[in-house]
Design a protein around this ligand. Structure first.
Ligand SMILES: [Zn+2]
Length: 126
């Protein structure tokens, strides 16, 4: 697992200048992704086995957890990196912004919670 703390620029069409911030990105190599996917799929498979013993609910839970096993395995295996958080400030009102955990896709478009103006955050070329 590798964690990087990268600089970003935060721009808005309503502001003349831009602000900078930092963003944290976690990434995994092929072997780590496979291990994570196997762990998560193993957990949902164990839940499917445990739900066999629940009367009536097992008609829904067992096929549901078995389907989830396949979905979770593929989802985690394909995810190479994850945005784990970050911070910056609004280019319009300089209000401190926090970036939530989510997919590693840029630009990040959001709205400032204070001035309600749209902004976009992009990775700065270092
Ligand atoms: Zn603002």
């Amino acid at each position: 697992m590798k964690t990087e703390n990268l600089p970003i620029s935060i721009r808005s069409e309503f502001a003349q200048s831009f602000e900078t911030g930092r963003i944290e990105i976690q990434s995994w190599d092929q072997k780590e992704r496979m291990w994570r996917a196997l762990k998560a799929a193993g957990l949902t498979f164990c839940l499917a086995i445990a739900s066999i013993f629940l009367p009536l609910a097992h008609f829904v839970l067992v096929p549901g957890f078995l389907g989830a096993t396949f979905f979770v395995f593929n989802f985690i295996l394909k995810r190479e990196s994850l945005l784990t958080g970050g911070s910056g400030s609004c280019p319009c009102c300089h209000f401190p912004l926090q970036f939530a955990r989510g997919p590693n896709r840029f630009p990040i478009s959001d709205i400032c919670p204070k001035c309600r103006k749209a902004f976009e955050a992009e990775l700065l070329n270092s």
